[in-house]
Ligand binder design. Structure first.
Ligand SMILES: C[S@@+](CC[C@H](N)C(=O)[O-])C[C@H]1O[C@@H](n2cnc3c(N)ncnc32)[C@H](O)[C@@H]1O
Ligand code: SF4
Ligand code: SF4
Length: 436
């Protein structure tokens, strides 16, 4: 099948202040190089072959999800490379638009917006939602620029929950309220508690607006037992006062922080990379100060940073509302610990770019490209030769170059280490003191 040209780089320009994503019935055209006409319309060429809607199963969704999970446990236990299970977590946005140009992100290069032709979107979502439990609508883009008027009802119909990772600029209180019923988890990307650092990294976002949105959303999520994570990208500008960042999060009633090692995603990488000017030991010292403050403030921290600094410390408690999404995510977490060494994303994650190119993980190294779902179909990619080979390599612990040292691969290990620390702590607290 031929897909039409997908980018709209020749489209007219539009100001940055576009309020797309707030629920109107078209796709956005949000930023300088991006279309002033709806992105979907711009890419909806009349010559596109229209995909037929797949038939729907009559079996209840929760039964299909549980049976899919059992299939996965068998796929792993039996060392199969052709899997019966299907992805439970989907990363897919209908467009690659973003309203910011963060200097550590590839969006800083003002890439053309790519979007899935309108007629392919729904059949694909209908197919993938048959077994999927969670959707994160991102493509190195801003998820709130998806057409939520179309997406939310479809998710509701299929019992799919949304994992929202957002820059929070468009996350108004009204939008937060709309998202709550379908929200699996909210991640707020706020790299610094300092206005000048934040605005340098996340142009053209305004610190006060983002903090106001984040404060409201954190409170509402907490009231609804929806986990909230604060994401900080570890850039050199963030290294001073990491402890104060913990206070900033705690004061917003946040209980979880993830510190992300800076990836080489933008031309500014070498200027921003703390490891270019600091030794591992110096970075480790700053992270330790952050950890100590997190312990004091009851905030959990996950350092998604290369070994030996990578670790997870569970100091904060967040109640989680019970639904199939939260239960399945916990089950997948347990399975990942059980099979530590086999990338947890390769177990059930599926990333599809708006043009259909697919990857086994959110990091999406070109080397791991699996194929194109709009050309080969979901099954053709999910059980295609590149995916089967990757699974075999995961079973053999014979990792592709791009997986070596990957923090995602190490994450289940950090989790089991955190449990061991907790068990030892409990044991030492329960022992009678010898000085008594
Ligand atoms: C690419 S963004 C997409 C979602 C949304 N636009 C946002 O910023 O939250 C997903 C996550 O990647 C993080 N990120 C951006 N650039 C990064 C980099 N160079 N290295 C590591 N993480 C990065 C962001 O902070 C965000 O938490
Ligand atoms: S990090 Fe997120 S908000 Fe910033 S430019 Fe990239 S996609 Fe946009
Ligand atoms: S180890 Fe890292 S790069 Fe490799 S598949 Fe997993 S997440 Fe992707």
């Amino acid at each position: 099948m031929n897909t039409p040209p997908l980018d709209d780089s020749d489209a007219p320009r539009q100001p940055l202040t576009d309020s797309a994503g707030s629920g109107r019935d078209t796709e956005p055209g949000p930023i300088s190089s991006q279309a002033s006409q709806p992105v979907d319309a711009a890419n909806s060429h009349s010559g596109t072959p229209s995909a037929a809607k797949p038939p729907r199963s009559t079996r209840p969704k929760y039964e299909r999800e549980l049976s899919n999970f059992v299939s996965l446990t068998c796929d792993l236990a039996l060392g199969r490379t052709e899997w019966k299970s299907r992805p439970y977590y989907i990363e897919y946005s209908t467009n690659s638009a973003c309203n910011l140009r963060c200097i550590m992100c590839s969006q800083v290069e003002d890439p053309p917006v790519v979007s899935t032709p309108l007629e392919l979107q729904e059949p694909f979502l209908e197919e993938i939602f048959q077994l999927a439990t969670v959707l994160t609508p991102s493509a190195t883009s801003e998820p709130l620029l998806n057409n939520l008027n179309r997406l939310l009802p479809l998710m509701e119909e299929h019992g799919v929950f949304m994992d929202v990772i957002t820059n929070a600029v468009l996350l108004t209180p009204e939008l937060t309220e709309r998202l709550i019923p379908r929200m699996q988890r909210l991640t707020l990307s706020i790299d610094s508690h300092k206005k000048d650092v934040f605005e340098k990294l996340r142009a053209p976002a305004e610190f006060e607006q983002v903090v106001e949105h984040a404060r409201f959303a954190t409170r509402l999520c907490r009231e609804n037992s929806i986990p909230v994570i604060f994401h900080m990208v570890l850039a050199i500008d963030c290294m001073d006062g990491l402890e104060d960042y913990v206070d900033f999060v705690a004061e917003m009633s946040g209980t979880q922080i993830t510190v992300l090692e800076l990836l080489h995603n933008s031309p500014n990488f070498s200027e921003l990379d703390p490891f270019a000017s600091m030794s591992d030991a110096q970075v480790a010292e700053r992270l330790e100060a952050m950890r100590a403050r997190a312990q004091l403030r009851g905030v959990s921290v996950l350092f998604e940073v290369h070994a030996p600094m990578g670790a997870r410390y569970d100091y904060g408690f967040q109640s989680v509302r019970a639904h199939t999404g939260s239960a399945l995510e916990m089950m997948h977490g347990e399975l990942a610990i059980e099979h530590a060494g086999f990338c947890p994303m390769v177990m059930g994650y599926f990333k599809v770019e708006p043009d259909g190119t697919s990857y086994p993980c959110c990091r999406a190294p070109r080397e791991l490209m699996l194929g194109n779902v709009f050309e080969q179909g979901v099954e053709g990619v999910w059980n295609g030769a590149p995916m089967r080979e990757l699974r075999q390599r995961m079973f053999d612990r014979d990792y592709p170059e791009c997986c070596k040292g990957c923090v995602v691969l190490d994450a289940p290990r950090y989790q089991s280490e955190a449990r061991e620390r907790e068990a030892k702590q409990l044991e030492s607290e329960s022992k009678p003191s010898t000085s008594e």
